[in-house]
Design a binder for this molecule. Structure first.
Ligand code: DGP
Length: 137
């Protein structure tokens, strides 16, 4: 529990939300933006900033709920697909620093483009070979 965290307040009932699903470890609730129909956030009940500090067990509990809610949305709620989005750290446009995954329900003809747009010119790009050398784990 982090006293300054809005998602911790939602989890412990100090702040309101529209709950979609809850279990011992996780909570899924509608994103306040209401920008895409059914836009839902899945969070662990324990406070972690993001996937870089949360540990495997928490991540797997959260992903289990992401999968359960996504399955429910596609099988029972009339959506044709799902995007899962997640931001880690400010540079990646994380704005609430409590681990969360966005579930974005999709319909065949909704015209949403959830894919990242390229930000580099062709001549600025490293070859995949060089990138692989730099990045492989
Ligand atoms: P991100 O940029 O990935 O950190 O997304 C944070 C999301 O959290 C953003 O889509 C808006 C949502 N959000 C922020 N404050 C609240 C709140 O008080 N209630 C709910 N339901 N959602 C919130």
């Amino acid at each position: 529990m982090n006293a300054d965290c809005i998602f911790c307040k939602i989890i412990n009932g100090e702040a309101a939300c529209y709950r979609i699903y809850e279990d011992k470890y996780t909570l899924a609730f509608l994103d306040v933006s209401n920008d895409v129909e059914g836009h839902t956030l899945v969070v662990p009940k324990k406070h972690f900033e993001n996937i870089l500090d949360c540990g495997e067990e928490t991540l797997s509990q959260v992903m289990k709920t992401v999968q359960a809610v996504s399955t429910h949305f596609t099988e029972n709620c009339g959506y044709d697909g799902i995007n899962i989005l997640n931001a880690n750290k400010e540079a990646a446009q994380q704005s609430v620093f409590h681990l969360h995954f966005h579930i974005i329900p999709r319909k065949k003809k909704d015209k949403i483009d959830a894919w990242i747009t390229a930000n580099m010119q062709e001549n600025e790009k490293n070859s995949l070979e060089k990138l692989c050398e730099k990045l492989k784990l």
